[in-house]
Ligand binder design. Structure first.
Ligand code: DUC
Ligand code: ZN
Ligand code: ZN
Length: 463
């Protein structure tokens, strides 16, 4: 049966207007006033904003840090109650395997039958062999036009050196693959970690001390130079500090195709969270580390002005009690990562739109449209337009509450934003035309999420 969403204010990345939206066979087929909607089920959105379903281009449903592994796609309904209908998840290459086989294996064992939101993938390099660099050119054939390299994490299986980053950049450009980097200087972090531990500085706060802004700034500048030498576009993930952002902005202004994102937690949390007593600080151990208010303000300006392209969650769900406590006596073994998939809309709306830092249009761009473009999913995803998937959020702007682990679907024993004010609420969500959240409650089922293939030559090749 067709569905019509009536009387709402439709918000896109460029405008907002009063209109009805007609949905048929998972797609938006008409937008306007006085549509012929005979026979359609009517959803009344009076007093509500009608937003495109969010695209979170940075989730780790599959990540391990030493022995600890994150919550998987069994918790992907958390995306939906948070207004995100598509995630682009980091799919790790297995050592000795192709990226293609690794992703197929991941899908078969951990995604299909479990995913509740739609999903696409970035590859993640674990085995930078000659075969891998050849394979990069073929990744678009499997609908994966992006691949990430970790410049950080010395001694971990996913650490990559400059040799690998440069070769990946060289391999990427002909076939429109976007190289993403986690930019931190692995050697300097390793030295600082060892020195701090030798001085008996073992608590979570020293995570930030071992990863000062300059380790990120240096690696970001290096990655930009490697990309320039390779003549390839570059996308820097989770940018946290002013000078890294400025390096990206200035490179772009010099004519280089260099782009970046930031993440929700870097906009509203800071280093002081890591100093919380009773090992609470471990909840905020993620990399790069949280920064000061000066950097937060610079990031808000950057997303408003378009110097950083989108805001992701870097969702990475390790429990505090069992998993973060592995690093009780040594901050270097605290699993890196924090959950946030469910809170991305609430944080951006409450602390961005409601505080007057960004417009509703900019919100939609950062939350849905730009990440869809970066990953070759636009205009199918991230947009309310004729022919787009009917991924639609009906948003109540009048709700007032707080963010909490209570009622969370993230499957993690804490909320990164516990107790913080929340204005507005995701009331209903349609995933390809199917009502999957109603009155804020998930009503869908495991396995309803579909694999969405990304197209090559995304935003990093276009802007
Ligand atoms: N940083 C995190 O905090 N978690 C996952 C991976 C990463 O780079
Ligand atoms: Zn990272
Ligand atoms: Zn990440």
């Amino acid at each position: 049966m067709n569905i019509v969403i009536k009387n709402g204010t439709v918000v896109t990345a460029i405008e907002e207007f009063q209109a009805d939206i007609l949905i048929e066979d998972q797609k938006i087929i008409a937008i306007g006033k006085d549509l012929d909607v005979r026979g359609a089920a009517v959803i009344d959105a009076t007093g509500r904003y009608v937003l495109p379903g969010g695209v979170d281009q940075h989730t780790h449903f599959n990540f391990s840090f030493r022995t600890a592994t994150v919550r998987g796609f069994e918790t992907s309904n958390a995306a939906l109650i948070g207004g995100t209908t598509t995630v682009v998840d980091f799919a790790n290459q297995q050592v000795g395997w192709t990226v293609k086989d690794s992703i197929e294996d991941y899908m078969e064992k951990k995604v299909i039958g479990k995913a509740m939101c739609d999903y696409a993938f970035h590859g993640v390099v674990f085995d930078p062999s000659a075969a891998l660099f050849k394979e990069i050119t073929r990744l678009p054939d499997i609908g994966v036009p992006t691949i990430k390299l970790f410049m950080a994490y010395k001694g971990h299986p996913y650490h990559c050196d400059d040799d690998s980053v440069f070769k990946a950049l060289q391999a990427s450009k002909e076939s429109g693959v976007t190289i993403m980097v986690h930019a931190e200087n692995a050697d300097v972090i390793d030295v600082l970690q060892k020195q701090l531990l030798a001085e008996g500085k073992t608590g979570p706060y020293y995570h930030a001390v071992s990863r000062p802004p300059l380790v990120e700034i240096e690696a970001t500048q290096r990655a930009i130079n490697l990309a320039a030498m390779a003549g390839a576009p570059l996308f820097v993930v989770h940018v946290t500090c002013k000078e890294s952002m400025e390096a990206i902005r200035d490179a772009y202004n010099r004519g280089l195709p260099v782009f970046g994102e930031t993440c929700t937690h870097y906009l509203v949390l800071d280093t002081e969270n890591l100093a919380k007593p009773n090992f609470e600080g471990a909840k905020y151990v993620c990399s790069p580390a949280l920064r000061s208010e000066m950097h937060r303000n610079a990031l808000w300006e950057a997303i408003k002005k378009g110097w950083l392209k989108c805001v992701s969650s870097d969702h990475c769900g390790f429990d505090w009690k069992e998993q973060k406590h592995l690093g009780k006596d040594d901050f270097t073994v605290i699993p890196n990562g924090a959950p946030g998939l469910e809170n991305r809309l609430a944080v951006l709306w409450t602390y961005g739109v409601e505080k007057g830092r960004i417009s509703r249009q900019k919100f939609v761009e950062l939350f849905a449209t730009a990440p869809a473009k970066i990953n070759g999913l636009f205009p199918r995803k991230g947009h309310i337009g004729i022919g787009s998937d009917a991924d639609i959020v009906i948003f109540d702007p009048d709700f007032k509450g707080v963010m909490s682990v209570e009622n969370s679907l993230q499957g993690v024993d804490y909320c990164t934003y516990e107790g913080m004010e929340q204005i507005g609420r995701v009331e209903k969500v349609f995933l390809r035309g199917n009502l999957t959240v109603d009155d804020g409650i998930f009503i869908g089922h495991a396995g309803q999420g579909e694999f969405i293939k990304g197209q090559p030559f995304g935003l990093a090749y276009q802007e």
